[in-house]
Design a protein around this ligand. Structure first.
Ligand code: TRH
Length: 403
């Protein structure tokens, strides 16, 4: 019988939490044939996100009045806050085979109460944020005792870059999809330029970059450096925080999707916030990608292109330790000049420094970074992905419950 999985997702900021949960839910339903229900608290943010993923969904009579919707094989339900405790709903959730609390969000108290009375085993997982830090391997899979019922077992589940962690989300066709896009890259890049209204670049030797970051003073200095290049640059900027910052650099109040701004060698194209698949393709076609947070950061690695990671800034500065941990893994095997240039750009950007000079040092290293990005992608892709690891974890815990 298909096992029943429930994912709880609290949308804190931006689209990272829902981006990861949506991807995971779809994969569990479509690749692992799980019966998946996704509970999301911010219904209006969810509706904006899904509108980009599934064109026309906002025209369906589901948002904002209704409380449930089925899309791409996943049942999505509204997590009201405060939780409206209903015994039927609480028992329905508590009796699932697997319950995932994504990114430290907490299950409603009445659901936990209902877990005291379950009569089938429940695997309860605290799915954490991605980190490359060494302790992740030690903490992944550790139990988190709850004493609700002997049938309820809770564990920590940590995504990660190394064997012994929970791995990274990667759809079964992801690598072959990128290979195909890159084989057809000439045609696809021309199509992208044409769609943006930039036919003058069709035959030109042009550097394509994408920018999806947070706001930082480093951004203006990078755009400045791009303007001075001899090679022309087209920078695609999806709607969001970086687009607002880019508009300021061009002394504009805002840039609307479809608009173009030019300065020196640089042409900026404002893009709509599209689907995750459209964005994957953009990452695949660009020569350099600035990405952020968690999900776009992982996607850039599957695209196997040189990239810069703008890590989600935290007040206490711990994000810089996380950045350093990633740099340690990522730079392994890269030639020292390229590694030094990449690290200077990465650190400068993430500390909000002037990145003008460091970009000019990095540019000659782009071809070394390109070969390295491909090796890194292959290394990561040799490991099982997060959804497969979750499904295996379910099987193993079931086996250990019934030796
Ligand atoms: O939106 P983010 O800044 O999310 C962050 C991080 O997850 C961070 O760890 C978390 O603490 C914070 O949110 C609350 O960046 P991220 O993770 O890249 O998520 C963006 C999502 O949007 C991702 O799933 C890709 C998707 N996306 C599209 O669907 N279409 C687009 O056009 C673009 C640019 C992105």
């Amino acid at each position: 019988m298909t096992s029943r999985w429930i994912i709880f997702c609290s949308i804190i900021d931006n689209f990272g939490d829902i981006g990861v949960c949506w991807r995971l839910a779809r994969q569990l339903a479509n690749e692992h044939q799980r019966d998946v229900e996704l509970w999301v608290d911010d219904w209006s943010a969810l509706s904006g996100f899904l509108a980009a993923q599934i064109p026309g969904i906002n025209n369906a009579p589901v948002f904002p009045e209704q409380q449930a919707i089925t899309a791409a094989g996943v049942r999505i339900r509204h997590w009201h806050k405060p939780w409206q405790a209903l015994p039927v709903t609480d028992q329905h959730i508590a009796g699932a085979d697997v319950i995932i609390e994504a990114f430290g969000c907490e299950l409603p108290a009445s659901v936990k109460q209902a877990m005291r009375h379950v009569n089938t085993p429940v695997l309860w997982l605290n799915l954490e944020y991605l980190s490359a830090e060494a302790w992740v391997k030690e903490c992944h899979g550790l139990p988190s005792p709850q004493n609700l019922s002997p049938l309820v077992k809770k564990f920590f589940f940590f995504p990660g870059f190394e064997q012994g962690t929970g791995g990274l989300l990667r759809e079964a066709t992801m690598i072959s999809q990128h290979e195909q896009w890159q084989q057809e890259q000439q045609v696809l890049r021309q199509r992208l330029l044409q769609k943006a209204g930039l036919s003058e670049f069709l035959q030109a030797d042009v550097l394509l970059v994408s920018l999806f970051s947070y706001d930082t003073p480093a951004l203006a200095s990078w755009l400045n450096a791009l303007q001075e290049q001899t090679q022309k640059v087209v920078c695609f900027v999806p709607e969001g925080k970086s687009l607002a910052a880019v508009a300021r650099c061009f002394s504009r109040d805002r840039l609307l999707p479809g608009e173009i701004a030019r300065l020196g060698a640089l042409t900026v194209v404002a893009m709509p916030f599209g689907s995750q698949t459209d964005y994957d393709q953009l990452l695949s076609l660009c020569d350099f990608n600035v990405v952020r947070g968690e999900d776009s950061f992982v996607r850039a690695q599957w695209a196997a292109r040189p990239m810069l990671w703008h890590i989600y800034p935290q007040d206490d500065g711990v994000h810089l330790q996380k950045l350093e941990a990633f740099e340690r893994l990522y730079l392994d095997g890269l030639n020292p000049d390229a590694a030094k240039a990449w690290q200077a750009f990465s650190n400068g950007w993430n500390q909000g420094e002037d990145c003008h000079e460091v970009w000019h040092h990095l540019r000659p290293q782009l071809s070394s970074l390109q070969s390295h990005a491909r090796k890194w992608q292959k290394k990561l892709a040799a490991m099982p992905d997060l959804s497969a690891n979750l499904v295996n974890f379910e099987t193993l815990t079931k086996l250990s419950a019934h030796p």
